[in-house]
Design a binder for this molecule. Structure first.
Ligand SMILES: *[C@@H]1O[C@H](CO)[C@@H](O)[C@H](O)[C@H]1NC(C)=O
Ligand SMILES: *[C@@H]1O[C@H](CO)[C@@H](O)[C@H](O)[C@H]1NC(C)=O
Ligand SMILES: *[C@@H]1O[C@H](CO)[C@@H](O)[C@H](O)[C@H]1NC(C)=O
Ligand SMILES: *[C@@H]1O[C@H](CO)[C@@H](O)[C@H](O)[C@H]1NC(C)=O
Ligand SMILES: *[C@@H]1O[C@H](CO)[C@@H](O)[C@H](O)[C@H]1NC(C)=O
Ligand SMILES: [Ca+2]
Length: 527
C-alpha cells in the first residue's frame, strides 16, 4: 500500500500510473496462479539514450575559431568559439548534458557570414527504437529562436521522413500555410501537422527561449486540460486510426532554416550576431513495447523492451518460439482499467497439439478423421498446421515457418507459363519457347509477342533474301519485286506485268493460272 501511494505521488503529474505491471500472482478458487495485464514502461528522459548527427559538415562553429556577437550587444563581440579549446568549444553533445549548474552549455553553429546564402542546419536524433512520446518536446535556444524551422520525424529508423510541425514568424510567407495553434485542434484533427507562429517571434533572447512540440495539448483534447481523464485518451489511442503512430517516433530531425534576426531585417554589416545555439533538447517518452513489457533497458547501445507475455523482439513485436499457436497481437488498453494482455500462447495449449505457426487462431476437430486441424490459415498457407503454401505460392526458404512472409506468390507470366503454380524454388512451368523463372523471357531463336514464337528471320540462318531486312525477328521487309516469308520469291511469278519475258517463260502452270486470275480481277476492278 505504501508503495502504491508513493507510486501514485510519483506519477500524478502525468497521471500515467496505469498499465505499470504485466502480471501478478493471485489466489483464486483453483489455487494461486499468474494473472496477466497489458503493461508499458515508464516514461523516461529520452535524451540520455540518443545519438545525434548535425549536418552539413562544418556547420558547428570553432573550426576555424570564430568571433560572434549577440543581439543585445551587437558591437561588443567578445565571445569566441574555438573547437580546439574545451572551454570555448560548442559540440553537439552539449545539447544533451544536464543543465543544473545554472550556466547553459550549448551547441553552436557558424555565423551567417555567407549571407544571403541561407544558413541551414539539420540536427538529427536517432534512438534505433520506437518511442511513444508522453510529454512535450522542448528545444531550448540560447541567443534567440530560429525565425524559420521545421520538425520532422521518422518511424522506420530514418528510412522515410514526415513533417511533424512547422515553425515560422510568418507561416504564410515561409511555408504557405496558415498559422494555427495546437489548442485550436479538435478530436478529429488531433494528429494534424500544422504551422505555428508561437515560438518564432523575437521576444528578447533572455525571455522566451523554448520551441515546443505540444504533446500534452494534444493529449488534453481527449484527457481534459489537466490530463485527468487518461482513460478516454487510452480509449482513443486504441481506436482512432493513426493517432498512436502520430506520437510514435524512432528519429527526430530539426531543420533550422533561418536564425533569429533580433529585428525585422538582417544587418549585413554585422553578420556575426546571426547563428543557432541549442542548449537543450528534452524528449520525454517511453519505449514502445506493444503493451507487452513494463521495463525497457539500454543494452548493446540500444533500448530494448524486456518482453513479457511470451513475446520477444526489440518492441515485443512477435511471439517467442514455441508460443506461436496463435498470431501475435499487441496488448490493448481496453477494457479499462487493466487492458488485455493478448499474450502469446504455448503451442499445444489450445487443442491437443495443434500448432498453426501463427497463421490461424482457430483449430477444429474433424470427427471422422480423428484429427485436429487449423482453420482458415492466413498468409497464403494451407494444411493441417498451416505448414504448406497455397497453390500459386512457394516457400520462402529464408523465412521461418511462422513468418508472415513464408509464402511468396509464384507470379508466373500468364501467357508464357502453363499454369500459375511453381516449384519449391519459385520456377514456373513454361510453354514452348518461353523461359526464365517466371516464363516471361524467350529462348534463343524465339521472339516475344503475346507469348514466344519461333523466329521467322534472323542474322544467321534464317536470312532474308534478295536484299530484304529482318524486322524484330518477326518478318522480312521485302524490296519491291520480291515476296515470301524470306523474300525468296520474285513477284513476277505472281504478276506478269512486273516481269521480263525470261521470268514469265519459266512460270509454272500454277502461277500462270494465278496470273490469269489476277488479270481478270484487275479488269473487273477497272470497270
Ligand atoms: C536536411 O535534411 C533534409 C531531409 O530531411 C535534406 O533535404 C536537406 O538537404 C538537409 N539539409 C542539410 C543542410 O543537410
Ligand atoms: C539497432 O537495434 C538492433 C536491435 O537491438 C540492433 O541489432 C542493431 O545493431 C542496432 N543498430 C544500431 C545502428 O545501433
Ligand atoms: C509464458 O510461458 C511460460 C512457460 O515458459 C508460462 O509459465 C507463462 O505462464 C507464460 N506466460 C503467458 C503470459 O502466457
Ligand atoms: C523472405 O523472408 C525474409 C525473412 O522474413 C524476408 O526478409 C524476405 O523479404 C522474404 N522474401 C520475399 C521475396 O518475400
Ligand atoms: C525448379 O525448377 C528449376 C527450373 O526447372 C530447377 O532448376 C530447379 O532445380 C527446380 N527446383 C526444385 C526444388 O525442384
Ligand atoms: Ca546543455
Amino acid at each position: 500500500m505504501l508503495y502504491l501511494v508513493a507510486f501514485l505521488l510519483h506519477c500524478l503529474p502525468l497521471a500515467m500510473g496505469q498499465y505499470d505491471i504485466c502480471k501478478s500472482w493471485v489466489t483464486t478458487d483453483d489455487g494461486p496462479s499468474w494473472e496477466f495485464y497489458a503493461c508499458q514502461p515508464k516514461a523516461m528522459r529520452m535524451k540520455d539514450y540518443v545519438t545525434v548527427r548535425v549536418d552539413p559538415a562544418g556547420i558547428t562553429c570553432g573550426d576555424p575559431p570564430e568571433r560572434f556577437c549577440t543581439h543585445e550587444n551587437p558591437y561588443l563581440c567578445s565571445d569566441e568559439c574555438d573547437a580546439s579549446n574545451p572551454d570555448l568549444a560548442h559540440p553537439p553533445k552539449l545539447m544533451f548534458d544536464s543543465e543544473d549548474e545554472g550556466l547553459a552549455t550549448y551547441w553552436q553553429s557558424v555565423t551567417w557570414r555567407r549571407y544571403p546564402e541561407p544558413l541551414l542546419a539539420n540536427i538529427t536524433l536517432s534512438w534505433n527504437k520506437s518511442i511513444e512520446l508522453t510529454d512535450d518536446i522542448v528545444i531550448t535556444f540560447e541567443y534567440g529562436r530560429p525565425t524559420v524551422m521545421m520538425l520532422e520525424k521518422s518511424l522506420d529508423n530514418g528510412r522515410t521522413w514526415h513533417p511533424y510541425q512547422y515553425y515560422a514568424d510568418d507561416c504564410m510567407e515561409a511555408f504557405s500555410m496558415p498559422a494555427r495553434r495546437v489548442r485550436e485542434l479538435s478530436s478529429s484533427s488531433a494528429n494534424r501537422v500544422l504551422c505555428t507562429e508561437e515560438y518564432s517571434r523575437w521576444a528578447g533572447s533572455k525571455k522566451e527561449k523554448t520551441v515546443r512540440f505540444e504533446v500534452r495539448d494534444r493529449f488534453a483534447i481527449f484527457a481534459g486540460p489537466d490530463l485527468r481523464n487518461m482513460g478516454n485518451l487510452y480509449t482513443r489511442l486504441e481506436s482512432a486510426k493513426g493517432l498512436r503512430d502520430f506520437f510514435t517516433i524512432t528519429d527526430l530531425r530539426m531543420r533550422l532554416l533561418r536564425p533569429a534576426l533580433g529585428g525585422t531585417y538582417v544587418q549585413r554589416e554585422n553578420l556575426y550576431k546571426y547563428f543557432y545555439a541549442v542548449s537543450n533538447i528534452e524528449v520525454t517518452g517511453r519505449c514502445k513495447c506493444n503493451l507487452h513489457a513494463n521495463l525497457c533497458t539500454f543494452r548493446e547501445g540500444s533500448l530494448q523492451c524486456e518482453c513479457e507475455h511470451n513475446t520477444t523482439g526489440q518492441d515485443c513485436g512477435k511471439c517467442k518460439k514455441s508460443f506461436r499457436s496463435r498470431s501475435w497481437r499487441a496488448g490493448s488498453y481496453l477494457p479499462l482499467p487493466n487492458g488485455s494482455p493478448n499474450a502469446c500462447a504455448a503451442a499445444g495449449s489450445a487443442f491437443g497439439n495443434c500448432e498453426c505457426y501463427g497463421h490461424s487462431n482457430r483449430c477444429s476437430y474433424i470427427d471422422f478423421l480423428n484429427v485436429v486441424t487449423c482453420v482458415s490459415c492466413k498468409h497464403n498457407t494451407r494444411g493441417q498446421h498451416c505448414q504448406h503454401c497455397r497453390l500459386g505460392f512457394y516457400r520462402n526458404s529464408s523465412a521461418e515457418l511462422d513468418d508472415e512472409n513464408v509464402c511468396i506468390e509464384c507470379n508466373c507470366n500468364q501467357i508464357g507459363s502453363m499454369h500459375d503454380r511453381c516449384n519449391e524454388t519459385g520456377y514456373c512451368e513454361c510453354r514452348e519457347g518461353a523461359t526464365g523463372p517466371k516464363c516471361d523471357d524467350c529462348l534463343p531463336n524465339y521472339y516475344w509477342r503475346q507469348g514466344c514464337f519461333p523466329n521467322v528471320c534472323d542474322d544467321e540462318l534464317l536470312l532474308c533474301q534478295n536484299g530484304g531486312t529482318c524486322y524484330q525477328n518477326q518478318r522480312c521487309i521485302c524490296p519491291v519485286g520480291f515476296k515470301g516469308v524470306l523474300c525468296q520469291q520474285s513477284r513476277c511469278e505472281a504478276d506478269k506485268k512486273d516481269c521480263d519475258g525470261a521470268h514469265a517463260a519459266r512460270g509454272s502452270l500454277g502461277t500462270l493460272l494465278l496470273t490469269v486470275l489476277a488479270l481478270q480481277l484487275r479488269a473487273w476492278v477497272d470497270l
